[in-house]
Design a protein around this ligand. Sequence first.
Ligand code: FES
Length: 157
Amino acid sequence: MPRRRFIKSVWVAIISISLIEISAVVIAFLTSGGRKARTLKETKLKVLGKVEDFASGSVTAFRSDRLYLVRLDDGGFLALSLHCTHLGCAITWNKDKNEFECPCHASSFNVNGVVNSPPAPRALDLYPLKIEGGLIKADHHNVIKRNKFNKSQLTYA
Ligand code: FES
């Protein structure tokens, strides 16, 4: 075999083996990522309580989970992040004023999490809720950013 042809064959073999190895690594990465994502998604749900534990028109703080569970007058639930959308300070619920207030720069939000007064640039973030077997479960690691409120954001029993 001429030298030039031999070198070409070696290069073709090296490139072929490299492509096979890269493909195997990519496939392994993609499939393991999917399993990991499913596992995390399944374990992220946090039980907040029974549906009947939360009266219509109530706001309940879950500070360790970084959220407020709001049950509107029509029975719909919202899980609002307790972090202000301005610079992330923890908001508090002012029952007398019926609004969330930020102690840092005085932003306020209505019960749906919509900005009443700036500098907060947008509505409070949401966490997905799921109601199963009468239990309210929040995915408090999966933040939904939004600009405004609409009824599709509510979760009903
Ligand atoms: Fe809330 Fe600035 S961090 S108003």
